[in-house]
Design a protein around this ligand. Structure first.
Ligand SMILES: Nc1ncnc2c1ncn2[C@@H]1O[C@H](COP(=O)(O)OP(=O)(O)O)[C@@H](O)[C@H]1O
Ligand SMILES: [Mg+2]
Length: 385
């Protein structure tokens, strides 16, 4: 069973009973010899890794072999993901002829800067065969994490495999973030969806679970001030852990009558920095636009953002799509709403003072044009000074 080894995790997981049951059921089905595929999608830090880690205990109980590998843009050489999952761990001694041929083939592929189509095709064919046959002796589970960052040849193998239906006698779990969008990934996901894969969207924690997680992390009830900051995390467990850790590191936590609470505001500055680092992966264009949007408040009308930045609405949409897919902003009719006010605040506080004032002045103008009430326009004008 997993432990609290990773900072910020509490065990058992908070607010995930239903998802854990679902995964356990699927694992039992695979243990009975039926192939199952799960696509587990959720924003960064929502708890995908924690959830699939929890499979370890069940796999041991059911005597199901569990192989895992995590994709990363730092390991994006051909077949890195599949070779991490299927070759690295088996060690030279435990290797069959297919593994041996694959190992040599990959050595040749990595040694030769010129891409050989024949070698790539053969490697893809062998990986597919390995995946298909791995369950011949006993059922198994394969967890491929963060496939949004997977190397293209591994995704291609997964795509081809989907055309044959679920991997025999295996539970295959692919975890992914909705961004960055990649056509190779979209194609593989579509193929797996057609092949009957289960789609599991891991949603943020609700308000009660958010507080419960924080209380588990600090080991006591938490007071109103800290709850206020926790409420801005949008139920993202990683942000909850960031809040608690940053407050503690800054010495901003005090206990009164057994209740732990935060004091002062000094710790909110390092918290903003931590949060901004969390969303750096969205890239400068998306972050710049979201930063401008932060001036408009927690929710805003997309047309108002377009006039604020002076770009056509279509351009804004195209850029914001990534923020939407990442869950940083959510669509509500013609409005967009920041998913985590903590993130909006961090973006806002990250603006240069001059830029922030200029944006407020422009927002006043844009909102007046759009017919916003005078007090809203005035509030922006005040911040423009
Ligand atoms: N349900 C939960 N209960 C307790 N801690 C959690 C829960 N979900 C996630 N965490 C913690 O939040 C952080 C981010 O979770 P992680 O599983 O790494 O997210 P993801 O893989 O979706 O990016 C980790 O520190 C993790 O231990
Ligand atoms: Mg993860």
């Amino acid at each position: 069973m997993s432990t609290a080894a990773e900072p910020g995790r509490t065990w058992p997981l908070v607010g995930r009973a239903a998802e854990l049951d679902d995964l356990d059921d699927l694992l039992s089905t695979a243990a009975d010899g039926v192939g199952m595929t799960v696509l587990l999608e959720g924003e960064a830090g929502v708890g995908k890794t924690s959830l699939v880690d929890a499979l370890r205990g069940s796999a041991r109980l059911l005597d199901v072999e569990l192989l895992t590998a995590r994709a990363s843009e730092l390991r994006n050489w051909p077949f890195a993901l599949l070779s991490d999952a299927l070759l690295v761990r088996s060690g030279r001694a435990g290797r069959g002829p297919v593994e041996a041929e694959l190992t040599d083939l990959l050595d040749a592929i990595y040694a030769d800067p010129v891409r050989s189509v024949a070698r790539h095709d053969r490697a893809a064919e062998l990986f597919a065969a390995l995946l298909r046959r791995h369950g011949d002796s006993r059922p198994w589970a394969l967890v491929l994490e963060d496939v949004h960052e997977a190397d293209a040849p591994s995704l291609e193998v997964l795509l081809q495999l989907a055309h044959e239906g679920a991997v025999p006698r295996a539970l295959v779990v692919l975890t992914m973030r909705p961004v960055p969008y990649r056509p190779e990934l979209a194609a593989a996901v579509a193929a797996w969806t057609r092949a009957g894969a289960r789609y599991l969207e891991l949603r943020p924690l609700n308000a009660r679970a958010t507080v419960e997680l924080a209380e588990n992390l600090v080991g006591s009830p938490v007071g109103p001030s800290l709850r206020g900051t926790l409420a801005t995390t949008g139920g993202n467990p990683r942000l909850v852990a960031d809040v608690v850790r940053t407050a503690r590191a800054a010495g901003a936590l005090v206990v009164t009558d057994g209740v732990l609470d935060s004091t002062g505001v000094a710790w909110l500055t390092p918290l903003d920095e931590v949060v901004r680092r969390r969303i750096e992966y969205l890239g400068p264009d998306v972050l710049a636009l979201l930063g401008q949007a932060s001036v408009l408040g927690t929710s805003f009308v997309i047309a108002d953002l377009a006039s604020l930045v002076g770009d056509p609405v279509g351009d804004c949409w195209r850029t914001l799509r990534h923020g939407l897919a990442a869950g940083v902003v959510r669509a509500r009719g013609d409005r967009l709403v920041f998913g985590h006010d903590l993130v909006r605040g961090a973006l806002y506080n990250g603006l240069e003072p001059d830029q922030r004032r200029a944006l407020h002045a422009r927002a006043a103008w844009a909102l007046r044009q759009a017919g916003a009430p005078p007090q809203i326009v005035t509030a922006h004008l005040e911040r423009a000074r």
